[in-house]
Structure formats: C-alpha cells, structure tokens
Design a protein around this ligand. Structure first.
Ligand SMILES: NC(=O)c1ccc[n+]([C@@H]2O[C@H](COP(=O)([O-])OP(=O)(O)OC[C@H]3O[C@@H](n4cnc5c(N)ncnc54)[C@H](OP(=O)(O)O)[C@@H]3O)[C@@H](O)[C@H]2O)c1
Length: 330
C-alpha cells in the first residue's frame, strides 16, 4: 500500500530548533540509522520505524557509509525507503551521511583523505538513491591527513552540489575550531558538530566542545543520548534477549557494572518521581543543555520512538533535581 505521511506531522508536537546561526531548523529529536536498518533487521521493521518517525515530525535522518550490518546496508535501506515511500517528501527531509571509518579495503576506504571522502560520498548517493545529501560529515578526525585536505574536500563536495551543508563529528576541540575557521573562510560554514552526550558521557561538556560550538554559532547534535539503551528501563531486570547488549557487539555486558546499575536505578527512581520514564528524562536532560540542537536517538521499534518523543513535553528540571542528577552520575 502506498505510504501517505501523517497530515498532522508538523502540528503533533515536534519542536524545531535553529541549528546554530544558520537557516536550518532541526527537530529536537532526530533518528539515527546506525542500528536497526541493516541486513539483520527485516525491512518492514526498519520501514515502520522510519515511517513513524516522519509521521511524528522527525525530519532529520542520520546515516553513515558504514552503518549496517553489513557496511552500506543502512544506506541501501534508506534507498529502498526513498523509492517506496519518501520520494514525494524529499524536500521535507534533512538527510545526513558521513565518511571517515573503514568502509572498503585498501588505503582509500578509511580516514579523511580527499580521495576517500569524495569516493565514499559518490557511493553513498548511489546506495541512498539520492542526487545530493543535505549534510555530509567528516566522521572522525584523522591525525595523519593534513586538516586542510579533509576540509577542502568538504568545501568541494558542497561546490559540486553533492551536499548542501557540512559537519564535523568527533573532532577534538582545537582541530574543530580550526575547521570552523577554515570552512568559514571558504564560504562553506560548518553547520553542525556531532558528538556523544549522555548522562554517562559528559566529555563534550568537559572538553569545552559544546560550549565552543555554541559560541561559534554551530549547531550540536548529541549521539547515543540514551547510552545505547542503558539510560532506559531496558536493563533494569537483566539483559533482554532482543536487546543491543544481548547482541553484544557495540554494547557489551561488562559496560553494565554494579556502579552503573546502581546509578540507573537511582535515575529511574527520580524519573518515576517526576512522572516520566527514564528514557524521557535522560533525553530531556540533554535538551536543556545550552547549545544542544537535537538528540540523535536510535530505536528498535516505533513504540520506543513514541516513548522517547515524550521528552519534548518534559516538565522542566528544578535546580534541586539537576543537582540530584549531578550527584548520581558523578
Ligand atoms: N558520529 C558518530 O561517531 C556516532 C556514533 C554512534 C552513533 N551515532 C549516531 O547516533 C544515532 C543514535 O545512536 P544510538 O543508537 O547509540 O542511540 P541511543 O538512543 O543511545 O540508543 C538507542 C538504543 O537504545 C534502545 N532504546 C531506545 N529507546 C528505548 C526505550 N524507550 N526503551 C528501551 N530501550 C530503548 C534501543 O536498543 P535495543 O536494540 O536494545 O532495543 C535503541 O536501538 C546512531 O543511529 C547514529 O546515527 C553517531
């Protein structure tokens, strides 16, 4: 049956936030394709998640060349979705991809050379059945390649019309600031920085990256905001067979230490007192940080997505609650 997007998708509650000092508004909650869009997930499941996201006003999908399994499969899935559902809505979608992690064998399928970035984006566009992406990222800082080579490749990608905007992910502060400056001088300003923020990982706050992005008018999108599911009720009573930790590839059971379990229980207790789920509270906590544009979540079902979208209407935190969270996560 032909997909018809929900007619209420822009009035059903999604909040759109300005991405730094740019013309772009992004949804407060964006959807990542790292998991649940590869060959191990039935297409109908991936399709249900993507359709539901768009129906709820999530206009931003985040991909990378290597998302799978197998690498490239998530982009292939998006390509199928473009053909079957989303083609009429292309201009309503803000689609990102990235290059920088190992994608194909040999010296050119990894890191940040001009050769690697441009070849990779050409492949990504074919897989996704797109003429251009809205946003193309350098997926990680490459200490061996001159920064100017990586950055100029980003500039040229925009000039070639293959991406509308560029972003940096996981670059250390000093290199990112150099990148912001270089790109601005070439009149291809960096739109956004992608880094991990969640209650268990505050490195982007402590290193000054979030602040630096805010001060320089760059958006910031927080990936793994639920610490891959730890900051939900998923692991309160053991490790469910269908969970990411049971698969154990990216989220290993030794990450659920006794200390972490105790913190999750205390955070869950606070969420209950606030009348919400832990996932909702964990996302709302990130969205109240100055400089955060969007939380970039993953979901293995439309139901999880619904639960997480509650964060948009979350009750504001009192200073006492914020202090309590600080004490728990220290
Ligand atoms: N730039 C980078 O280097 C980088 C790195 C990592 C991620 N990312 C991006 O960030 C996106 C999100 O990362 P992530 O998937 O780690 O995000 P996350 O939101 O921290 O974790 C998502 C996972 O948590 C579980 N979950 C989500 N909502 C739940 C709920 N309400 N109740 C119970 N469990 C729930 C699900 O796992 P189950 O399978 O257990 O259900 C889901 O797949 C990725 O897709 C990618 O686009 C970027």
């Amino acid at each position: 049956m032909e997909y018809q997007a929900n007619a209420s998708r822009y009035t059903c509650g999604m909040e759109y936030r300005r991405c730094g000092k740019s013309g772009i508004l992004l949804p407060a909650v964006s959807l990542g394709f790292w998991h649940n869009f590869g060959t191990t997930t039935p297409f109908v499941t991936a399709q249900a998640i993507a359709h539901h996201a768009f129906d709820c006003g999530i206009t931003h999908f985040d991909l990378a060349n290597n998302y799978g399994p197998i690498p490239g499969a998530a982009e292939e899935t998006l390509g199928q979705l473009m053909i079957q559902s989303f083609r009429p809505y292309r201009d309503e979608l803000f689609i990102a991809t990235k290059a920088g992690y190992e994608m194909w064998p040999g010296p050119y399928g990894n890191w940040g050379s001009r050769k690697s970035l441009i070849s990779s984006l050409n492949q990504s566009l074919k897989r996704m059945k797109l003429d251009y992406v809205d946003l193309f990222y350098s997926h990680r800082y490459d200490p061996e390649t001159p920064l100017e080579e990586t950055l100029q490749a980003l500039v040229d990608i925009v000039r070639q019309g293959k991406a509308l905007y560029v972003g940096l992910s996981r670059w250390p502060l000093e290199a990112a600031e150099y990148g912001f400056h270089y790109l601005a001088e070439q009149h291809v300003p960096c739109l956004i920085y992608q880094g991990r923020i969640n209650m268990f990982d505050r490195s982007c706050l402590d290193s000054g990256i979030l602040n630096g992005c805010h001060n320089q008018g760059k958006g910031f999108i927080a990936f793994s905001p639920l610490a891959q599911g730890l900051l939900t009720d998923r692991y309160l009573n053991g490790i469910p067979a269908d969970s990411r930790m049971a698969i154990g590839h990216f989220l290993k059971s030794d990450m659920l230490t006794d200390k972490k379990r105790a913190q999750i229980i205390q955070l869950n207790q606070l969420a209950t007192e606030r009348g919400q789920k832990l996932a909702e509270m964990a996302l709302a906590w990130i969205l109240q940080l100055e400089g955060v544009t969007s939380v970039l979540i993953g979901a293995s079902s439309p139901e999880q997505l619904d639960m997480n979208l509650q964060c948009i209407n979350s009750t504001p935190f009192s200073s006492e609650e914020l202090n309590r969270i600080e004490q728990i996560i220290q």
